[in-house]
Ligand binder design. Sequence first.
Ligand code: FAD
Length: 317
Amino acid sequence: MKITQHISEAKDTLFSFELLPPLKGENIHQINQTVEALLEFNPAFVDVTYHREEYVYQEVQSGLLQKRTVRKRPGTVGICAAISHKYNLDTVPHIICGGFSKEETENALIDLDFVGVENVLVLRGDPIRSEGRFKGEADGHSYAIDLLNQVADMNQGRYLDVNLKNTNCTQFCIGVAGYPEKHFEAPNMASDLRWLKRKVEDGAEYIITQMFFDNQAYFNFVKNCRKSGIDIPIFPGLKPLTTKGQLTSLAQNFHVNLPDELVEQVEKAKSKEDVRAIGLEWCIEQARELKAANVPGLHFYTMGRAQPTAKIAREIF
Ligand code: FAD
Protein backbone atom coordinates (compact mmCIF):
# COMPACT_ATOMS: atom_id res chain seq x y z
CA MET A 1 0.00 0.00 0.00
CA LYS A 2 1.20 3.55 -0.71
CA ILE A 3 2.28 5.83 2.15
CA THR A 4 -0.33 8.35 1.05
CA GLN A 5 -3.03 5.68 1.48
CA HIS A 6 -1.71 4.81 4.95
CA ILE A 7 -2.03 8.50 5.82
CA SER A 8 -5.52 8.92 4.43
CA GLU A 9 -6.81 5.77 6.17
CA ALA A 10 -5.03 6.42 9.51
CA LYS A 11 -7.20 6.77 12.61
CA ASP A 12 -4.24 7.78 14.76
CA THR A 13 -0.58 8.83 14.48
CA LEU A 14 1.32 6.31 12.33
CA PHE A 15 4.42 4.49 13.56
CA SER A 16 7.29 3.77 11.16
CA PHE A 17 11.01 3.14 11.37
CA GLU A 18 14.22 3.02 9.35
CA LEU A 19 16.52 0.01 8.97
CA LEU A 20 20.13 -0.26 7.88
CA PRO A 21 20.92 -3.20 5.57
CA PRO A 22 23.38 -5.64 7.18
CA LEU A 23 27.08 -5.30 6.47
CA LYS A 24 28.29 -7.42 3.57
CA GLY A 25 28.93 -10.97 4.78
CA GLU A 26 26.23 -10.86 7.47
CA ASN A 27 22.87 -12.55 7.07
CA ILE A 28 19.36 -11.14 7.34
CA HIS A 29 18.64 -12.47 10.90
CA GLN A 30 19.51 -9.21 12.62
CA ILE A 31 17.12 -7.33 10.31
CA ASN A 32 14.39 -9.86 11.08
CA GLN A 33 15.02 -9.46 14.82
CA THR A 34 14.74 -5.68 14.56
CA VAL A 35 11.48 -5.92 12.62
CA GLU A 36 10.08 -8.55 15.01
CA ALA A 37 10.92 -6.39 18.06
CA LEU A 38 8.83 -3.57 16.57
CA LEU A 39 5.96 -5.48 14.95
CA GLU A 40 3.72 -5.17 18.03
CA PHE A 41 3.48 -1.40 17.39
CA ASN A 42 1.89 -2.05 14.01
CA PRO A 43 4.34 -0.19 11.76
CA ALA A 44 2.74 1.44 8.73
CA PHE A 45 5.99 1.18 6.78
CA VAL A 46 9.68 0.39 7.10
CA ASP A 47 12.36 2.43 5.36
CA VAL A 48 15.59 0.77 4.19
CA THR A 49 18.61 3.04 3.79
CA TYR A 50 21.07 2.90 0.88
CA HIS A 51 24.80 3.14 1.50
CA ARG A 52 26.97 4.12 -1.40
CA GLU A 53 30.41 2.79 -2.13
CA GLU A 54 33.48 3.78 -0.12
CA TYR A 55 37.13 3.93 -1.04
CA VAL A 56 39.67 1.90 0.91
CA TYR A 57 43.40 2.15 0.44
CA GLN A 58 45.53 -1.01 0.72
CA GLU A 59 49.30 -1.14 0.77
CA VAL A 60 50.71 -3.19 -2.12
CA GLN A 61 54.15 -4.83 -2.34
CA SER A 62 55.95 -1.76 -3.65
CA GLY A 63 54.78 0.17 -0.58
CA LEU A 64 52.34 2.14 -2.72
CA LEU A 65 48.70 2.44 -1.77
CA GLN A 66 46.08 0.85 -4.01
CA LYS A 67 42.62 2.37 -4.07
CA ARG A 68 39.74 -0.11 -3.90
CA THR A 69 36.02 0.57 -4.09
CA VAL A 70 33.84 -1.36 -1.63
CA ARG A 71 30.12 -1.32 -0.99
CA LYS A 72 29.67 -2.33 2.63
CA ARG A 73 25.88 -2.62 2.86
CA PRO A 74 24.40 -3.80 -0.44
CA GLY A 75 21.06 -5.47 -0.95
CA THR A 76 18.24 -2.92 -0.57
CA VAL A 77 15.99 -4.53 -3.20
CA GLY A 78 16.41 -7.98 -1.63
CA ILE A 79 15.76 -6.73 1.91
CA CYS A 80 12.63 -4.86 0.85
CA ALA A 81 11.29 -7.93 -0.94
CA ALA A 82 12.17 -10.21 2.00
CA ILE A 83 10.57 -7.99 4.66
CA SER A 84 7.44 -7.22 2.74
CA HIS A 85 6.82 -10.87 1.94
CA LYS A 86 7.77 -12.32 5.35
CA TYR A 87 5.90 -9.76 7.47
CA ASN A 88 3.37 -8.33 5.01
CA LEU A 89 4.79 -4.87 5.64
CA ASP A 90 5.18 -1.95 3.27
CA THR A 91 8.81 -1.13 2.67
CA VAL A 92 10.32 2.13 1.42
CA PRO A 93 13.73 1.70 -0.20
CA HIS A 94 15.92 4.80 -0.25
CA ILE A 95 17.02 5.54 -3.80
CA ILE A 96 20.04 7.79 -4.13
CA CYS A 97 21.78 9.68 -6.94
CA GLY A 98 25.33 8.98 -5.75
CA GLY A 99 27.11 6.11 -7.48
CA PHE A 100 24.28 5.37 -9.93
CA SER A 101 23.94 6.01 -13.63
CA LYS A 102 20.41 6.77 -14.86
CA GLU A 103 20.38 3.33 -16.49
CA GLU A 104 21.28 1.58 -13.22
CA THR A 105 18.59 3.59 -11.43
CA GLU A 106 16.05 2.57 -14.04
CA ASN A 107 17.00 -1.10 -13.64
CA ALA A 108 16.75 -0.90 -9.83
CA LEU A 109 13.31 0.72 -10.12
CA ILE A 110 12.19 -2.03 -12.51
CA ASP A 111 13.31 -4.66 -9.96
CA LEU A 112 11.47 -2.85 -7.15
CA ASP A 113 8.33 -2.68 -9.28
CA PHE A 114 8.58 -6.42 -10.05
CA VAL A 115 8.85 -7.37 -6.36
CA GLY A 116 5.79 -5.26 -5.54
CA VAL A 117 7.40 -2.28 -3.78
CA GLU A 118 5.08 0.72 -4.18
CA ASN A 119 7.04 3.43 -2.33
CA VAL A 120 10.45 5.06 -2.70
CA LEU A 121 12.25 7.81 -0.82
CA VAL A 122 14.33 9.74 -3.36
CA LEU A 123 17.52 11.38 -2.13
CA ARG A 124 20.70 12.83 -3.43
CA GLY A 125 22.72 10.72 -0.99
CA ASP A 126 25.71 11.46 1.16
CA PRO A 127 29.13 12.18 -0.36
CA ILE A 128 31.68 9.35 -0.45
CA ARG A 129 33.04 9.24 3.12
CA SER A 130 36.62 10.15 2.21
CA GLU A 131 35.61 12.87 -0.28
CA GLY A 132 33.58 15.29 1.81
CA ARG A 133 31.83 16.83 -1.18
CA PHE A 134 29.06 15.21 -3.22
CA LYS A 135 29.84 14.34 -6.83
CA GLY A 136 27.22 12.78 -9.10
CA GLU A 137 28.11 10.26 -11.81
CA ALA A 138 28.68 11.75 -15.28
CA ASP A 139 25.69 9.76 -16.56
CA GLY A 140 23.71 10.03 -13.33
CA HIS A 141 21.89 12.68 -11.28
CA SER A 142 23.31 15.48 -9.13
CA TYR A 143 20.20 16.44 -7.16
CA ALA A 144 17.28 14.53 -5.69
CA ILE A 145 14.86 16.48 -7.89
CA ASP A 146 16.42 15.03 -11.07
CA LEU A 147 16.10 11.51 -9.67
CA LEU A 148 12.53 12.29 -8.63
CA ASN A 149 11.75 13.28 -12.21
CA GLN A 150 13.12 9.97 -13.47
CA VAL A 151 10.77 8.09 -11.10
CA ALA A 152 7.87 10.39 -12.07
CA ASP A 153 8.63 9.70 -15.76
CA MET A 154 8.52 5.93 -15.17
CA ASN A 155 5.18 6.41 -13.40
CA GLN A 156 4.03 7.90 -16.74
CA GLY A 157 5.54 4.98 -18.68
CA ARG A 158 8.48 7.09 -19.93
CA TYR A 159 11.73 5.10 -19.83
CA LEU A 160 15.23 6.19 -20.87
CA ASP A 161 14.86 4.48 -24.25
CA VAL A 162 12.26 6.68 -25.89
CA ASN A 163 11.68 4.04 -28.60
CA LEU A 164 10.13 1.59 -26.11
CA LYS A 165 6.46 1.08 -26.90
CA ASN A 166 3.51 0.08 -24.64
CA THR A 167 5.60 0.51 -21.52
CA ASN A 168 4.47 -0.41 -18.02
CA CYS A 169 3.66 2.65 -15.88
CA THR A 170 5.21 2.09 -12.46
CA GLN A 171 3.10 3.25 -9.50
CA PHE A 172 5.69 4.56 -7.06
CA CYS A 173 4.55 6.88 -4.28
CA ILE A 174 7.46 9.31 -3.90
CA GLY A 175 8.81 10.66 -0.61
CA VAL A 176 11.62 13.19 -0.12
CA ALA A 177 13.82 14.45 2.74
CA GLY A 178 13.26 17.68 4.67
CA TYR A 179 15.57 19.49 7.07
CA PRO A 180 14.00 21.37 10.02
CA GLU A 181 17.41 22.93 10.72
CA LYS A 182 18.21 23.45 6.99
CA HIS A 183 20.32 21.19 4.78
CA PHE A 184 23.94 21.89 5.67
CA GLU A 185 24.89 23.02 2.16
CA ALA A 186 21.93 25.35 1.63
CA PRO A 187 22.86 29.04 1.92
CA ASN A 188 19.73 29.67 3.97
CA MET A 189 16.37 28.16 4.88
CA ALA A 190 14.48 30.10 2.20
CA SER A 191 16.69 28.64 -0.53
CA ASP A 192 16.37 25.11 0.89
CA LEU A 193 12.57 25.48 0.97
CA ARG A 194 12.48 26.72 -2.63
CA TRP A 195 14.16 23.50 -3.78
CA LEU A 196 11.91 21.44 -1.54
CA LYS A 197 8.87 23.13 -3.08
CA ARG A 198 10.16 22.29 -6.56
CA LYS A 199 10.28 18.62 -5.53
CA VAL A 200 6.68 18.84 -4.37
CA GLU A 201 5.62 20.52 -7.63
CA ASP A 202 7.35 17.71 -9.55
CA GLY A 203 5.57 14.91 -7.68
CA ALA A 204 6.81 14.39 -4.09
CA GLU A 205 3.88 13.20 -1.99
CA TYR A 206 5.28 13.32 1.54
CA ILE A 207 8.36 14.46 3.44
CA ILE A 208 10.39 12.69 6.12
CA THR A 209 12.53 15.02 8.19
CA GLN A 210 16.07 14.75 9.34
CA MET A 211 16.27 13.94 13.07
CA PHE A 212 15.93 16.89 15.45
CA PHE A 213 16.02 17.19 19.23
CA ASP A 214 14.03 20.38 19.67
CA ASN A 215 10.40 20.07 18.55
CA GLN A 216 10.23 23.80 17.97
CA ALA A 217 12.58 23.30 14.98
CA TYR A 218 10.01 20.89 13.46
CA PHE A 219 7.02 23.13 14.23
CA ASN A 220 8.77 26.16 12.67
CA PHE A 221 9.77 24.08 9.65
CA VAL A 222 6.17 22.93 9.07
CA LYS A 223 4.93 26.52 9.46
CA ASN A 224 7.49 27.79 6.94
CA CYS A 225 6.70 24.95 4.52
CA ARG A 226 2.99 25.80 4.65
CA LYS A 227 3.77 29.51 4.12
CA SER A 228 5.86 28.54 1.06
CA GLY A 229 2.99 26.50 -0.36
CA ILE A 230 4.41 23.06 0.55
CA ASP A 231 1.22 21.30 1.54
CA ILE A 232 2.13 17.59 1.69
CA PRO A 233 2.37 15.54 4.96
CA ILE A 234 5.62 16.00 6.91
CA PHE A 235 6.74 13.06 9.07
CA PRO A 236 9.03 14.04 11.95
CA GLY A 237 12.16 11.86 12.18
CA LEU A 238 13.21 10.92 15.73
CA LYS A 239 16.35 9.33 17.10
CA PRO A 240 16.89 8.62 20.80
CA LEU A 241 20.34 9.65 21.95
CA THR A 242 21.93 6.55 23.53
CA THR A 243 25.60 7.40 24.20
CA LYS A 244 27.57 10.43 25.34
CA GLY A 245 29.65 10.23 22.15
CA GLN A 246 26.52 10.98 20.12
CA LEU A 247 26.54 14.54 21.46
CA THR A 248 29.29 15.18 18.94
CA SER A 249 28.78 12.41 16.36
CA LEU A 250 25.12 13.31 15.68
CA ALA A 251 25.98 17.00 15.43
CA GLN A 252 28.88 16.20 13.10
CA ASN A 253 27.25 13.59 10.88
CA PHE A 254 23.70 14.92 10.68
CA HIS A 255 24.29 18.66 11.15
CA VAL A 256 21.74 18.90 13.96
CA ASN A 257 21.69 21.11 17.02
CA LEU A 258 21.36 19.49 20.43
CA PRO A 259 19.48 21.66 22.97
CA ASP A 260 21.49 22.94 25.91
CA GLU A 261 19.26 21.26 28.47
CA LEU A 262 19.83 17.82 26.89
CA VAL A 263 23.58 18.42 26.54
CA GLU A 264 23.87 19.48 30.19
CA GLN A 265 21.92 16.48 31.45
CA VAL A 266 24.04 14.05 29.41
CA GLU A 267 27.32 15.71 30.43
CA LYS A 268 26.36 15.37 34.11
CA ALA A 269 25.30 11.72 33.78
CA LYS A 270 27.30 9.33 35.95
CA SER A 271 26.98 6.14 33.88
CA LYS A 272 26.19 4.83 30.40
CA GLU A 273 22.81 3.63 31.74
CA ASP A 274 22.04 7.15 32.97
CA VAL A 275 22.86 8.58 29.51
CA ARG A 276 20.57 6.03 27.85
CA ALA A 277 17.75 6.85 30.30
CA ILE A 278 18.13 10.60 29.68
CA GLY A 279 18.13 10.12 25.89
CA LEU A 280 15.06 7.87 26.04
CA GLU A 281 13.10 10.21 28.32
CA TRP A 282 13.94 13.15 26.04
CA CYS A 283 12.72 11.28 22.96
CA ILE A 284 9.55 10.11 24.75
CA GLU A 285 8.72 13.72 25.62
CA GLN A 286 9.37 14.79 22.02
CA ALA A 287 7.14 11.98 20.71
CA ARG A 288 4.33 12.83 23.18
CA GLU A 289 4.30 16.48 22.17
CA LEU A 290 4.44 15.68 18.44
CA LYS A 291 1.63 13.13 18.71
CA ALA A 292 -0.49 15.65 20.62
CA ALA A 293 0.14 18.10 17.75
CA ASN A 294 -1.41 15.57 15.32
CA VAL A 295 1.63 14.88 13.17
CA PRO A 296 0.89 12.27 10.45
CA GLY A 297 3.30 9.79 12.00
CA LEU A 298 6.42 9.34 14.08
CA HIS A 299 9.36 7.97 12.10
CA PHE A 300 12.22 6.43 14.11
CA TYR A 301 15.85 6.09 13.09
CA THR A 302 16.75 2.72 14.68
CA MET A 303 20.34 2.66 13.37
CA GLY A 304 20.24 -1.10 13.70
CA ARG A 305 19.04 -1.17 17.34
CA ALA A 306 15.37 -1.88 17.97
CA GLN A 307 15.25 -1.71 21.79
CA PRO A 308 15.38 2.09 22.33
CA THR A 309 12.64 2.58 19.70
CA ALA A 310 10.56 -0.24 21.26
CA LYS A 311 10.79 1.39 24.70
CA ILE A 312 9.60 4.73 23.32
CA ALA A 313 6.85 3.18 21.19
CA ARG A 314 5.54 1.30 24.27
CA GLU A 315 5.01 4.66 26.00
CA ILE A 316 3.43 6.39 23.00
CA PHE A 317 1.36 3.92 20.94
P1 FAD B 1 18.80 17.54 -2.56
O1 FAD B 1 17.32 17.72 -2.53
O2 FAD B 1 19.41 17.22 -3.85
O3 FAD B 1 19.43 18.82 -1.88
C1 FAD B 1 20.84 18.90 -1.63
C2 FAD B 1 21.21 20.37 -1.46
O4 FAD B 1 21.13 21.07 -2.71
C3 FAD B 1 20.31 21.17 -0.53
O5 FAD B 1 21.13 22.12 0.11
C4 FAD B 1 19.29 21.84 -1.45
O6 FAD B 1 18.82 23.07 -0.89
C5 FAD B 1 20.11 22.06 -2.72
N1 FAD B 1 19.38 21.80 -3.96
C6 FAD B 1 18.38 20.92 -4.19
N2 FAD B 1 18.08 20.89 -5.50
C7 FAD B 1 18.92 21.75 -6.12
C8 FAD B 1 19.11 22.14 -7.49
N3 FAD B 1 18.39 21.59 -8.48
N4 FAD B 1 20.08 23.06 -7.77
C9 FAD B 1 20.85 23.59 -6.78
N5 FAD B 1 20.69 23.27 -5.46
C10 FAD B 1 19.75 22.34 -5.15
N6 FAD B 1 21.81 9.45 2.52
C11 FAD B 1 22.23 8.27 1.96
O7 FAD B 1 23.33 8.23 1.39
N7 FAD B 1 21.46 7.13 2.05
C12 FAD B 1 20.24 7.13 2.66
O8 FAD B 1 19.58 6.10 2.72
C13 FAD B 1 19.76 8.36 3.23
N8 FAD B 1 18.56 8.44 3.84
C14 FAD B 1 18.09 9.63 4.32
C15 FAD B 1 16.79 9.72 4.87
C16 FAD B 1 16.30 10.94 5.35
C17 FAD B 1 14.90 11.00 5.91
C18 FAD B 1 17.12 12.10 5.33
C19 FAD B 1 16.62 13.39 5.90
C20 FAD B 1 18.41 12.04 4.79
C21 FAD B 1 18.90 10.82 4.26
N9 FAD B 1 20.17 10.71 3.67
C22 FAD B 1 20.60 9.52 3.13
C23 FAD B 1 21.06 11.87 3.64
C24 FAD B 1 20.85 12.73 2.36
O9 FAD B 1 21.12 11.98 1.21
C25 FAD B 1 21.80 13.93 2.49
O10 FAD B 1 21.33 14.80 3.49
C26 FAD B 1 22.10 14.68 1.20
O11 FAD B 1 23.19 15.56 1.49
C27 FAD B 1 20.94 15.54 0.67
O12 FAD B 1 19.93 14.78 0.17
P2 FAD B 1 18.60 15.46 -0.42
O13 FAD B 1 17.81 14.37 -1.04
O14 FAD B 1 17.95 16.28 0.62
O15 FAD B 1 19.28 16.36 -1.56
